[in-house]
Design a protein around this ligand. Structure first.
Ligand code: ATP
Ligand code: MG
Length: 561
């Protein structure tokens, strides 16, 4: 699916969700004349990942497209593992992507009183009852496709259920002792409709409502009510909720909620060589396989941000993968491709040597320094120019020199000429080694007539290498990242994703040599280190200890496919 990218015309043509919404808001449609209103409902039990970014782009993006509104709602009806830390992080990530919920920020737990009221309404209508089966008994009585479920408490008098439900709320019964079940259809082919549990007893402290409640609503009951109370017209969610839609509609149709939202499902996003469930991501963090939720190898938005991903690249990615009705796994290379496109246009070009060896230009006067003006970004002349200095000694990559020529190698070896990017053509004359045979210096002579890197006589110089002046440079630490997992689909089937952790997903280089302008790098800076890739300053980088993360390499493996 990622293989074919869409043209702008195809993009603005929309998708099946926008088609539904157009129908709904058109003349005679169910929401004729109404403002489109969506919501993004994360459960605050972890950080947002790139899969959530897709949902954010769908929810907020579609509202934006129709001139509507999108609410941000923390789905905190399940009180386990919720944390204020996550709430703040979720807000930060959505803002970073460039979306706004204005003042429409809600917690589902704000509606607990109303939900309780709607549950009582259902009991009074004979549409819900208190059941005393244990979870095991309930499971054993579920029936199968040819056999209806059995529910011995289903015909309990309304008054009795009302009384028991109130006493459930008042804490008179132990956890798990009773549930409230919707009275729908024990023979339904859709098991979600076989008198589903809509309330259970669970004595867990809630991070917002404290110990006020010891009964909590189930998702399938709570979610449609939350949507209706907020006036949501279109409740967009992922495909796993498709089989729950009849229950969603049942709750809406059988309670006196103030509006009738429409649930529409779309496919979940999966990406190769990573895992996407919050539970698995949390395990990676808690077991120390990565350095926190914002480790640049994580598919979380904070991880991608630290890695150097831009909001534009992620929104563009989400737009181009599109929304469909079939789950699919998108190649990680496509995400990288979207970042590379953005950075190719916008990143400043600089020179950094990762694995330095000194190059001495023996015919260049000692003590002399000159400077060159180079463009910050050839794709954006408006970004101006900066000055870099050049003197008798500079650093080059160790791999840009070999002692003996090999076929196809156009860089430095004795007798060969190369261009020091934007400076001069130099001819290699040899090298010096230490007692162990390691090369410690490379020697060359420059041609003063080639200032700027041009050959006035038109002679051909094939290799161009980057360099950093040894008279003025800054040291830097550089972190190179690779896939977190060696297997493209580390968690499908019965695979244990922890078995596929890539041991070389992080390589840290120290003592790298960078041109001095990089001392001013900040979190917003985006660079192309010439010939090496796109980089950004890590959040822990300081002028005294510069740290750069490789966001993505230059080579596009996506285009090749
Ligand atoms: P996870 O399985 O990662 O824990 P979740 O679905 O439990 O995810 P929620 O916080 O409930 O996480 O998700 C909030 C919204 O984001 C939901 O509407 C959900 O459908 C959507 N969402 C979650 N994961 C993906 C994904 N991989 N692709 C698209 N949408 C997603
Ligand atoms: Mg969830």
């Amino acid at each position: 699916m990622a293989e074919e990218t869409k043209s702008p015309a195809e993009l603005s043509a929309g998708n099946f969700i926008t088609e539904f919404i157009k129908e709904d808001t058109a003349e005679g449609g169910r929401y004729e004349g109404k403002t489109v209103h969506t919501r993004f409902p994360p459960e605050p039990n972890g950080y947002l990942h790139i899969g959530h970014a897709k949902a954010v782009c769908v929810d907020f993006g579609i509202a934006e497209k129709f001139g509507g509104m999108c609410n941000l709602r923390m789905d905190d009806t399940n009180p386990t593992k919720e944390d204020v830390e996550y709430v703040d992080a979720i807000k930060e990530d959505i803002k970073w992507l460039g979306f706004t919920w204005d003042d429409r920020f809600y917690f589902a737990s704000e509606y607990f009183d109303k939900m309780y009221g709607y549950a009582v309404e259902l009991i009074k209508k004979g549409l819900a009852y208190v059941c005393e089966l244990t979870p095991e008994q309930m499971k054993a009585n579920r029936g199968d496709l040819s056999k209806p479920a059995v529910s011995p408490y289903r015909d309990r008098p309304v008054e009795e259920s009302l009384d028991l439900f109130e006493r459930m709320k008042n804490g008179e019964f132990e956890d798990g002792k009773m549930t409230l079940r919707a009275r729908i259809d024990l023979a339904s082919g859709n098991f979600n409709m076989r008198d589903p549990v809509i309330y259970r007893i669970n004595r867990i402290h809630h991070h917002r409502t404290g110990d006020k409640w010891c009964i909590y609503p189930m998702y399938d009951f709570a979610h449609p009510i939350e949507d209706a109370l907020e006036g949501i017209t279109h409740s967009l969610c992922t495909l796993e909720f498709e089989d729950h839609r009849p229950l969603y509609d049942w709750v809406i149709n059988n309670t006196s909620v103030p509006c009738v939202p429409r649930q529409i499902e779309f496919a979940r996003l999966g990406i190769t060589n990573t895992v996407m469930s919050k539970r698995k991501l949390r395990l990676l963090v808690e077991d120390g396989h990565v350095n926190g939720w914002d480790d640049p190898r994580m598919p979380t938005l904070c991880g991608l941000r630290r890695r150097g991903y831009t909001p534009a690249s992620i929104r563009n990615f989400c737009e181009r993968i599109g929304v469909a009705k079939t789950n699919s796994v998108v190649d990680y290379a496509f995400l990288e491709h979207c970042l590379r496109e953005d950075l190719n246009l916008n990143a400043q070009r600089v020179m950094v040597v990762l694995d330095p060896v000194k190059l001495v230009i023996t015919n260049y006067p000692e003590g002399q320094t000159e400077s060159f003006e180079i463009e910050n970004n050839p794709n954006k002349p408006e970004d101006g120019k900066r000055t870099i200095s050049f003197s008798r000694e500079c650093f080059i990559e160790r791999s840009d020199f070999i002692e003996e020529k090999i076929k196809g190698y156009n860089r430095l070896y004795p007798g060969n000429e190369v261009r020091l990017k934007s400076a001069y053509i130099v001819k290699c004359t040899g090298c010096k080694k230490d007692d162990d045979g390691n090369i410690i210096e490379v020697y060359a002579e420059y041609d003063p007539l080639t200032r700027g890197g041009d050959t006035p006589d038109g002679r051909k110089v094939r290799g161009t290498i980057h360099w950093v002046d040894a008279e003025s440079y800054v040291d830097a630490e550089v972190r190179l990242y690779d896939n977190l997992f060696t297997d493209p689909e580390p968690d499908v089937g019965d695979k244990n994703f922890l078995d596929f952790i890539n041991p070389s997903s992080l390589v840290t280089l120290t003592g790298c040599k960078a041109e001095p302008s990089l001392a001013a790098a900040n979190e917003a800076s985006r660079y192309q280190f010439m010939r090496l890739g796109y980089f950004c300053a890590d959040k822990d980088s300081t002028p005294e200890h510069l740290i750069f993360n490789r966001s993505v390499s230059l080579k596009d493996s996506f285009n090749k496919k």
